[in-house]
Design a protein around this ligand. Structure first.
Ligand code: ZN
Length: 267
């Protein structure tokens, strides 16, 4: 199981071939190939950053075309660095895809057993994808340092267990995010993680600390029972790749990449 680049019809994106072969389309977009102008150039997929709505909707269509799905068969959420998780059903289709108002409110995790696309937005925070073959469930969570500290990934695993899924059968993919090379945190955040996690997740750099958010999420997943071999981690840092990826920490006002997952058929 691994992340790999795929050149689609019009766009380059990251995917996981082993999930694709099992009926689950997975993608993480780059900033290239879209319609948005500076400072959002060019494939910004998020409406909440005050980009032109028409450009964002065109970009969403461009990205979703790679997965052969219409925007009206997908949903998205208003991400707030919380830990609320919504279970999405076919009745929800289209929510948040054309405007912000209908998106799942204050929600940082989406799970579904239906054939509906889930789309979330990222520029440094950690995208975490879930797939349980036996239960036929897929999901995405959004975790910055707050969502990580509040263990949103453990809550997703809890939901999967409540639905009858086993952790042994649950696969997890951690996508590109800001890595420990670039993610400086203040003393309060550092001391929280120092007292709650393995010391390796913090790197001291002069008098500051740098946090390894993807590693913390991996630790939390393993504490929740997910086997290490079920977890794949992209080593790509959003802040280190200005030509390829948006980074809020690096650029401030900027666009968002999309993390997408879609169960194509009954599995
Ligand atoms: Zn970096």
């Amino acid at each position: 199981m691994h992340w790999t680049w795929k050149t689609g019809e019009k766009l380059l994106y990251l995917t996981i071939p082993e999930w694709w072969e099992q009926g689950v389309s997975v993608g993480f977009s780059t900033r290239g190939g879209g319609e948005s102008k500076e400072p959002f150039s060019s494939l910004n997929l998020a409406l909440h950053v005050n980009d032109e709505q028409t450009d964002v909707l065109k970009n969403r269509n461009l990205f979703l075309t790679e997965f052969d799905i219409e925007s009206g068969n997908c949903v998205t959420a208003e991400q707030v660095h919380g830990t609320k998780i919504n279970i999405v059903t076919i009745e929800d289709k289209g929510r948040g895809m054309k405007d912000k108002a209908t998106a799942f409110s204050k929600c940082d995790g989406l799970l579904t057993q239906d054939n509906i696309g889930l789309l979330c937005f990222f520029a440094d925070c950690v995208p975490i994808y879930f797939f349980n073959h036996h239960m036929g469930v897929v999901g995405i969570a959004h975790a910055g340092w707050k969502g990580t500290a509040n263990k949103i990934v453990a809550k997703v695993i809890h939901e999967i267990r409540m639905g009858g899924g086993s952790v042994q059968d649950t696969l997890v993919a951690i996508g590109p995010c800001i890595k420990k090379c670039c993610y400086e945190v203040d003393e309060n955040v550092a001391s929280f993680f120092k007292s709650h996690c393995d010391s390796r997740i913090l790197v001291q750099h002069e008098d500051k600390y740098r946090l390894d958010l993807s590693e913390v999420n991996k630790e939390i997943l393993m504490s929740a029972g997910v086997p290490r071999e079920n977890i794949v981690i992209s080593n790509l840092c959003t802040a280190c790749n200005p030509d390829l990826l948006y980074s809020y920490r690096r650029d401030g006002i900027t666009g968002r990449m999309g993390a997408f997952i879609y169960k194509r058929k009954e599995i």
